[in-house]
Design a protein around this ligand. Structure first.
Ligand code: ZN
Length: 365
């Protein structure tokens, strides 16, 4: 099995996003449940790694909180101050669709610190070339000035700038396979050619009116922001087509020295917040594809960061698939939710063709 670092801290479970009202029952009473982004998500993933024995083959590292200087490489002082003040005052709403508790700002710093530790592990000399940061709150919707969509600080962006400014890495690539558009990450690097951002996401979904393929970056960053909107029910074969025909060729040409992945497994077939029908073999394929690419182009240096994934029964299974692809193994665990592969639909072929036309002034595809 391939040596892999796991970044985790038990305090990640203390970020309390509260309850939400999600339906009215026939008797007109409100039905109240946990917010989608809750502590069980990463607890169950970790338990899955433990019970399948994979955890014993990983090296675990304990993060420390990011400092102001680390956050300020991405966020404004205003955002940091506002978030801290809202938490200190006990406010539960920290931004649009972003919730928390009094300790959330410090736990978000710990998540950013976890992201940085992942980068540190793969960039320093040693046997470990790849890492999975099992962190929360997630980060890819958080922009320079705002919390949003369960995200407070943008972990992957903080990690990318850390790699650039502290380790002197010239070219970083971020692949975002979370089912929602990584709008925060896009905003942060929109004019920056040193960080290539590629987002594959369900088209016209969240945030609304974002993640169009024509959003290509600005100034010297033009051509370095790639959005690949995919139709509902894309499935494994569709993701494979998008990755092989678009994502891998662009990454091969960019030749990053470090590859980062915003790993939101919320494209899974049981997720309440998507309709993409990705199952464990699909996640296994994606992780394997990017591991092999990292081996070809950047000495295997690859860090994955936990973003979304909201099906409590399936998120651990989907993430098990990711770990199998990453570590080059298949563990003895029966997935009770196997579905047959879905055919590639015409709508997807059209989307890929349109992407190729849009990106061809910048990349040979
Ligand atoms: Zn998501």
């Amino acid at each position: 099995m391939i040596s892999t670092a796991l970044i985790y801290h038990e305090d990640y479970e203390k970020h309390d996003t509260g309850n939400q009202i999600y339906s009215f029952r026939e008797d007109s009473r409100m039905h109240v449940g946990f917010e989608f982004e809750n502590a069980f998500r990463i607890r169950y993933i970790r338990e899955m790694l433990e019970k399948t024995g994979l955890l014993h083959h990983m090296s675990e590292f304990l993060p420390t909180p990011a400092k102001d200087i680390d956050l300020l490489r991405v966020h404004s002082q205003t955002h940091i101050d506002r978030l801290r003040d809202l938490c200190q005052r006990g406010n539960r709403v920290l931004g649009h669709d972003a919730f928390g508790c009094p300790s959330s700002e410090s736990i978000a710093r710990l998540a950013a610190g976890g992201a940085m530790l992942g980068v540190e592990q793969v960039l320093r000399e040693g046997p470990i070339k790849q890492a999975y940061a099992l962190i929360r709150p997630p980060g890819h919707h958080a922009g320079i000035e705002q919390a949003m969509g369960f995200c407070l600080y943008n972990n992957v962006a903080i990690a990318a700038r850390y790699a650039r400014e502290v380790f002197g890495i010239e070219r970083v690539a971020i692949v975002d396979w979370d089912v929602h558009h990584g709008n925060g990450t896009q905003e942060i690097f929109y004019g920056d050619p040193h960080v290539l951002f590629i987002s594959m996401h369900e088209a016209s979904y969240y945030p609304l009116n974002a993640g169009h393929m024509t959003e290509l970056g600005r100034d010297s960053g033009e051509g370095y922001n790639i959005n690949i909107p995919l139709p509902p029910a894309t499935g494994e074969e569709g993701y494979r087509m998008a990755i092989e025909e678009l994502v891998l060729p662009i990454l091969e040409q960019y030749r990053p020295q470090l590859l980062l992945v915003s790993a939101g497994q919320d494209s899974n077939g049981l997720d309440p917040l998507s309709r993409m029908m990705m199952m464990r073999p699909g996640f296994r394929y994606m992780a394997k594809a990017f591991r092999e690419l990292a081996n070809r182009i950047c000495d295997g240096r690859l860090v994955l960061f936990q973003e979304g994934g909201y099906s409590l029964p399936y998120l651990p299974i989907a993430t098990l698939g990711v770990m199998e692809g990453l570590m080059n193994c298949e563990v003895d665990f029966h997935d009770p939710h196997v579905i047959p592969p879905r055919p590639i639909v015409g709508e997807l072929v059209d989307a890929i063709t349109q992407c190729k036309q849009t990106f061809s002034p910048y990349w040979k595809i």
